[in-house]
Design a protein around this ligand. Structure first.
Ligand code: FES
Length: 163
């Protein structure tokens, strides 16, 4: 997932525009366009929602309604180190819920939220296909399993120190 900083923003809007232009029809395409927009921007800030509304010729209220309704859409930028806790069955039975709660307690945020300093965001995922390592925690591109994943304090410290 590539978040667009200011330098790349124009390029990101162009990518989204190309996607919209290539649609066989715009009617009923709102959800797929928003998916694409989130893939490009990493989240759906108001300026992106406005852009989508204008290009698809729907009201901003409608776009906002869809974005708020579906939990897979987010209006909050992800942290520099996005943390994802796998809540699939294998991880769940091996204590994933406790790991997630520990992250919530230590970071003071819930799933779907980002810390004020922008360093961490938290999410719960379905099975990520590494069940042998359960419970599994992903931080950015890094994968942690078993005891390492349960040692929430050390993980947070490690990435906080990277800054
Ligand atoms: S259930 Fe967590 S990796 Fe499969």
């Amino acid at each position: 997932m590539s978040a667009c900083d200011n330098k790349l923003k124009q390029e990101c809007f162009r990518m989204l525009e190309d996607f919209i232009d290539a649609l066989p029809e715009k009617e009923g395409a709102l959800i797929s366009v928003l998916h694409k927009a989130q893939e490009i921007f990493g989240y759906l800030p108001q300026e992106v929602q406005t852009f989508v509304a204008e290009r698809l010729d729907v009201s901003l209220a409608k776009v906002y309604g869809v974005v708020s309704f579906y939990s897979f859409f987010t209006m909050t930028p992800k942290g520099k180190y996005p943390i994802s806790v796998c809540m699939g069955t294998a991880c769940y039975v091996r204590g994933a819920e406790k790991v997630l709660k520990e992250f919530q307690a230590q970071l003071g945020i819930g799933p779907g939220e980002t810390t004020k300093d922008g360093l961490f965001s938290l999410d719960a995922l379905r099975c990520v296909g590494a069940c042998g390592l359960a419970p599994v925690v992903l931080i950015g591109e890094d994968v942690y399993g078993k005891d390492e994943a349960k040692d929430v304090k050390t993980l947070i410290k490690k990435y906080s120190e990277l800054g």
